[in-house]
Design a protein around this ligand. Sequence first.
Ligand code: TXA
Ligand code: MG
Length: 336
Amino acid sequence: MEPTQAEIASAAAALRAGEVVAFPTETVYGLGASARDAAAVRRVFELKRRPMSHPLIVHLADARQLPQWAEPLSAAAQRLAARFWPGPLTLVLPRAAGVSDLVTGGQSTVAVRVPVHPVAQRLLAEFGDGIAAPSANRYGHVSPTRAQHVRDEFGASLRWLLDGGDCDVGLESTIVDCSGAVPRLLRPGSITLAQLRTVVPQIEAGAAQDSPRVPGSDAAHYAPGTALALVADDAIEGTVARSAAAGRRCAVLARRPPRGAVSVAAWIDAGADAVHYGHDLYANLRELDRAGAARILVQAPPDGDAWDAVRDRLRRAADPAAQSELNDALSPGVLT
Ligand code: TXA
Ligand code: MG
């Protein structure tokens, strides 16, 4: 299943030649280009149809390459890197001189990550330099956690794809901004705020007024084609029934089986474990998207640190119109 060394070497040569290479990481698949090659980086934006102002993460084989990309690490950044690299953590750092504005979105910071996935590691080591890579999906879509997802997104327009099987984590990396006086969690991921705080207790949750922009945290992101809405646990069956009576079948992502008979296009019981749920989330959303339903209903995730990343992605995946229609139907008369 794993790519051979010859395939890795060809992919690295393709990167050197300015081509775009999709590759697996432990979080999601990335769409990579040499971070020093402006034309190649531009091609990544074009393929993704992503606005040019959205910065990319620079992936490195080893933290020892950092000085070429970022200013020397603060004490907090050093502790985070020592504890969580290689792994699913991205640090936003003051950028080094010469890092392309295309990579940083014209900001004074650069996002850097050292992934642990063996195929990513082999590619980065063979390439020997930074690979700028966003998630390998069209802008706003659900991120890919399998090679087939990447093929589904880009088809023949993408020549290079390394297949590393299923991504271990399944959700994008935790992003911590270490460019200001106080480190801040900008995007929750599988490394939770509590885990980060065991290393750097003063990390704040969420962006400040003057934090670097994280455009991937815009609303309407990570979204399937079928409009998605979040629904409280005890309202699922009723919502499904009302919708079916109106001739619109729902596809459901829940953490339990249905209570009684339901008329649905699909029902996935993704279980009650946050890690497992997160691992399967994007594959499940893609499957429900193919069910031909009028709506995807998702059982609202529970509170608690372990579900932060899942809650964040599902909130952004929700379709605002579908969500407010559902909220109105569930609480008639409240919004008069
Ligand atoms: O797990 C991941 O992080 C995956 C894998 C491929 O590494 N990559 C990923 O990339 O999710 P992308 O581009 O889909 O999301 C990166 C996020 C975006 O929201 C972007 O705005 C933010 O990181 N970002 C990148 N550079 C930044 C910077 N200098 N300051 C603030 N945010 C930044
Ligand atoms: Mg993305």
